[in-house]
Design a protein around this ligand. Structure first.
Ligand SMILES: [Zn+2]
Length: 332
């Protein structure tokens, strides 16, 4: 019996290492390095890896578009200002001593056990954020409270929680694939018209690309992401908003309908059908046919304070090209 139990434990250990090894094996290098750190800090703090991944990815995406923050150098994207790390009243703003940092209420702690709390050490940085959250708790409600007290922005909290949900769902970090929003073989056309005066809808500039196609042509998610918005708007008609893992918001408007069972909060992946092309909008709910059927596709970036529109045309053209190339290579 005892031998059996030992064997069982051994088997359990062996299979769980195998499973973990398997996950890592699929990740290309930067993802593998990140995942290793998330799992390590999860083991010590009990904060699920997907929350750590979501916070890290949020901060990385913010730093890509903000000029007032330094570029990411290491594996971890989380940024602490030196005075936040060492403590506001600490006379030494580059302090690495965990004891004096703690004395001055700095956020920095020693994560890798080398006796120093260093802003340049990825494990120290990740562990310090986890250590901060730990003072609230490790379940979703307490993590959310901790995040709110840190960022003071509801939108940031919901973006991070959404990302955590995506990472948890797929169980991996490599979620960078894209799809064109319509089946490649469908009959569609589009030009670069971002920033133009609108043909309809008054004096606002055109914040997107119009892809013209017939009624009912499937509209597909272009990224891994989460449905943030679904419903009617006077201008956009029936529309869907999806936030991807890189904190870009994708806006699909003038749909003739939504995919069955599509819900706010749902996880989507590239190529998943979310609705169909229509001409809805410019009137009360249900108004349709005031212009030719097309998909209005918009892309918006968030920097932690505000959100702004940028030109989706180059991305659409690239995704379409990539998909055509993939289809050709599959045929051979
Ligand atoms: Zn448009």
């Amino acid at each position: 019996m005892r031998a059996f139990r030992i064997f069982g434990a051994f088997l359990l250990f062996f299979t769980s290492t195998l499973a973990v090894g398997d996950v890592y094996a699929k990740e290309p290098d930067p993802y593998w390095e990140r995942m290793k750190l998330y799992k390590k800090v999860e083991t010590v703090t009990q904060i699920p890896w997907y929350y750590l991944a979501a916070i890290d990815q949020y901060e990385r995406s913010i730093r890509q578009v903000r000029r007032d923050l330094p570029k990411v150098e290491g594996t971890i994207g989380i940024y602490f200002r030196p005075e936040e790390w060492a403590g506001l009243t600490n006379p030494n703003p580059t302090d690495k001593n965990p004891a004096t940092i703690q004395f001055f209420n700095g956020i920095g702690v020693d994560g890798d056990g080398d006796g120093k709390a260093s802003l340049k050490n990825d494990e120290d940085v990740l562990y310090s954020f986890a250590h901060y959250l730990l003072s609230y708790g490790v379940d979703q409600d307490n993590i959310k409270i901790g995040l709110w007290n840190y960022y003071h922005r509801d939108k940031t909290v919901s973006i991070i929680v959404g990302k955590a949900k995506i990472y948890r769902h797929f169980g991996r970090l490599n979620l960078d694939d894209h799809s064109f929003p319509m089946p490649i073989r469908s009959n569609h056309s589009y030009r670069s018209t971002w920033g133009d005066a609108r043909g309809w809808g008054g004096r606002r500039i055109h914040e997107g690309t119009d892809i013209f196609a017939g009624y009912g042509v499937p509209v597909r998610a272009t990224n891994y992401g989460i449905v943030e918005m679904k419903g009617w708007n006077k201008f956009g008609g029936w529309r869907i908003g999806i936030r991807d893992i890189n904190n870009t918001y994708h806006y699909f408007a003038h749909l003739s309908g939504f995919a069955k069972n599509l819900k706010v909060g749902q996880i989507v992946e590239p190529g998943m059908v979310i609705g169909s092309v229509g001409s809805s909008g410019y009137g009360p709910p249900g108004t349709s046919g005031k212009f030719p059927p097309h998909l209005h596709y918009g892309m918006y970036k968030d920097n932690g304070y505000t959100e702004w529109s940028f030109d989706p045309y180059p991305h659409l053209a690239m995704w379409e090209r990539q998909e055509r190339m993939m289809m050709r290579s599959k045929k051979r």
